[in-house]
Design a protein around this ligand. Structure first.
Ligand code: ZN
Length: 308
């Protein structure tokens, strides 16, 4: 059952309402003691894609907020305050899934808005590639892989899943076998990643956990996690196979990313080629790590015989 707030009224629906208006905020759950998602929906193009979600896990009166969205979203903050008041709850911990602004950006606003903002802890897995985001009102507490938050019958486990970013984590709710995937797996389309090698390993890790449902950071709830993860893996493998095949057909030549884009992304509009080239670079970097391609004269080549 979905519970959502629209124009200040609480409404219940059997499934996720398909025609959500911009700025609608949702509260998802199956009763007072279950998982509650507070999120904001926005219609994007023809697809009713829920762009940004904030998740609030119900655990007695003390709650954990997972991700805080963008900064300066006043309607989110006012809805969150109303939920806190209506449910007579307080947020003791905020877990941030990764450093991107649409997940960490709103933390200061939330801390400003809640009564216990000074004592509320903000948790995040450390980055290893750049400095951490700076918070005005809190110091980041370091999350560890496997760390558990146990509260009133709910066990939340932090699982490090790098790839989208180096610091990305997902949360596994043991009692429900549900997984909060943030940006690792989305409700619609495929995600972007900084490191494909790590990303594929993270997908496999989630597949092995075999959750019964996935609550993504963007998009709709995924009720067939196994199929969705397999789809993600197959899509990536396909692109990778095309690149490898193109290089294998010309084993004596070296290629740069854009040359490969012109060979492989023939049907993609030309203005998207620079973005596709970045994608090709990430795939080639993975293949290089796996010793399937080599770098030579600032280009890429099939096999591992050539050196830098
Ligand atoms: Zn992200």
């Amino acid at each position: 059952m979905w519970f959502f707030v629209e124009d200040g009224r609480w409404t219940a629906a059997r499934s996720c309402p398909s025609a959500l208006a911009s700025g609608t905020w949702l509260l998802f759950g199956a009763g007072q003691r279950d998982v509650v998602l507070v999120r904001r929906a926005r219609v994007v193009g023809q697809r009713n894609l829920v762009r940004v979600r904030r998740v609030c896990v119900l655990t007695s009166s003390s709650r954990i907020l997972l991700d805080a969205g963008d900064p300066n979203v006043t309607d989110y903050i006012s809805h969150l305050k109303r939920v806190i008041m209506d449910e007579r709850i307080f947020i003791n911990d905020i877990i941030v899934s990764h450093w991107h602004h649409d997940h960490v950006g709103g933390v200061d606003d939330v801390l400003d808005a809640i009564e216990n903002g000074k004592s509320c802890k903000v948790w995040k897995y450390p980055r290893n590639d750049a400095p951490e985001p700076v918070l005005k009102n809190a110091t980041l507490q370091e999350l560890k892989n496997g760390q558990k938050f146990v509260v009133d019958g709910s066990t939340l486990e932090v699982i490090h899943t790098p790839g989208h970013t180096t610091d990305h984590i997902v949360i596994y709710l043991h009692e429900d076998k549900s997984l909060f995937s943030a940006d690792c797996i989305l409700g619609e389309g495929s995600t972007v990643f900084e490191d494909l090698y790590d990303y594929m390993k993270s997908l496999q890790l989630i597949s092995n956990i075999n959750p019964s449902v996935i609550y993504p950071g963007h998009g709709n709830i995924i009720n067939d996690p196994k199929e969705r993860i397999t789809m993600y893996i197959n899509h990536r493998n396909q692109r990778e196979a095309h690149i490898l095949a193109a290089l294998e057909q010309h084993p004596e030549e070296t290629f740069d990313e854009m040359q490969l884009v012109k060979l492989i992304y023939k049907d993609t509009p030309e203005q998207l080629w620079p973005a596709a080239a970045l994608n090709v670079n990430v795939i080639l970097t993975k293949l290089f790590k796996e010793k399937k391609v080599a770098k030579e004269n600032a280009g890429w080549k099939y096999g591992q015989t050539a050196s830098l």
